[in-house]
Design a protein around this ligand. Structure first.
Ligand SMILES: Cc1cc2nc3c(=O)[nH]c(=O)nc-3n(C[C@H](O)[C@H](O)[C@H](O)COP(=O)(O)OP(=O)(O)OC[C@H]3O[C@@H](n4cnc5c(N)ncnc54)[C@H](O)[C@@H]3O)c2cc1C
Length: 291
């Protein structure tokens, strides 16, 4: 197996163009498991960990640009106030060791329907920045996942970064697992409220061939919420929101849970996340939350 270790981003793009079958490795927390279990033996490995740009983040026109190689631990520590939904999800990933190595770039690269970063990225309309030797392109995360462990990346492309607005209101994430920690989601749900634009964003994990949005549920609750008066949503509205989230899922029965259980749990998580975000103060001005 050929092992390459580029020192710069442009060198990495050159190598990927010349060896499109070679597999990039960031934290290695998915790649090494696949290799150790002999599920996948790539012809070559491109180690991205020496590329400084991938580990950097910054603000670009009010939007955060976060390098694909920023770890969960750093996301929690450095960006938890600006991206609370992603930070809550990140805290549920693996163990401290996995969070110290694992990256959102790697989560996107694997594109597992159960990837915990995906629901909050969907809920906040994040954008994935892809790059190859021929140039850059930006793919909205809601168009990035094309099937189970498949995505919109071309063979010669790498994930450079993702772009996401700092939270414009309360955000929540909820995950059901078979135990409290070190667990793949049975299903998960993320909600992001934007009181100024009167928008609600959702993300569903581990209940379909790809991570999903619950578009009808978003449209329903946007019209129901009393953004100005701050009246608590009615029980009927909460109930309907949960039902619409459950209806948006496309779950299957598998070793982790049944489709029926997943739909039930999603409805519960959707109602809870809505109550939590609303109690946090969905009509608060976004000041103090920005980058
Ligand atoms: C014990 C354990 C517990 C875990 N718990 C969780 C959990 O709770 N939730 C969860 O979501 N995941 C979990 N995972 C899976 C894994 O940690 C995550 O998916 C993590 O985000 C992967 O990041 P990484 O940097 O380690 O990726 P890597 O393993 O390095 O790469 C993963 C994939 O992404 C590709 N890739 C990486 N970087 C790039 C790039 N810049 N451009 C293009 N492709 C790239 C690789 O080629 C590969 O296909 C767990 C794994 C282990 C071993």
């Amino acid at each position: 197996m050929e092992f390459q270790q580029p020192a710069t981003w442009s060198e990495a793009l050159e190598i990927k163009a010349a060896h499109p079958e070679a597999m990039p490795i960031a934290g290695g927390t998915d790649v090494m498991v696949e290799m150790n279990l002999d599920h996948h033996r790539p012809a070559g490995i491109i180690d991205l960990t020496r590329i400084r740009e991938l580990t950097e983040w910054g603000v670009d026109g009010g939007t955060l640009r976060i390098g694909a190689g920023v770890t969960y631990t750093r996301l929690i520590d450095e960006l938890g106030d600006r991206l609370p939904g992603l930070a809550i999800a990140s805290r549920t990933v693996g163990s401290p060791q996995i969070r110290n190595r694992g990256t959102v770039g790697g989560n996107l690269g694997t594109s597992s329907p159960a990837g915990d970063a995906h629901p909050p990225l969907l809920a906040s309309d994040a954008i994935v920045e892809l790059e190859s030797r021929s140039g850059k392109r930006r793919v909205p995360v809601r168009e990035f996942f094309s099937g189970p462990k498949r995505n919109a990346m071309q063979k010669d492309e790498l994930i450079a970064a993702f772009h996401v607005e700092p939270a414009r209101g309360p955000q929540q994430f909820s995950k059901v697992g078979t135990r409290n920690a070190m667990v793949i989601a049975v299903c998960s749900f993320a909600l992001a409220l934007d009181p100024e634009r009167r928008r609600a964003g959702t993300g569903i994990g581990s209940a379909g061939p790809t991570p999903l949005r619950a578009v009808e549920a978003e449209e329903f609750i946007q019209g129901e919420l009393d953004w100005e008066g701050r009246r608590r949503p009615s029980d009927a509205a909460m109930q309907r929101f949960g039902e619409l989230v459950a209806a948006a899922a496309k779950p299957i029965d598998d070793v982790r849970g049944t489709a029926a259980y997943r739909r039930h749990a999603l409805a519960v998580m959707a109602r809870r996340c809505l109550a939590w975000t609303w109690n946090e103060g969905a009509s608060l001005p976004p000041s103090g939350r920005g980058a």
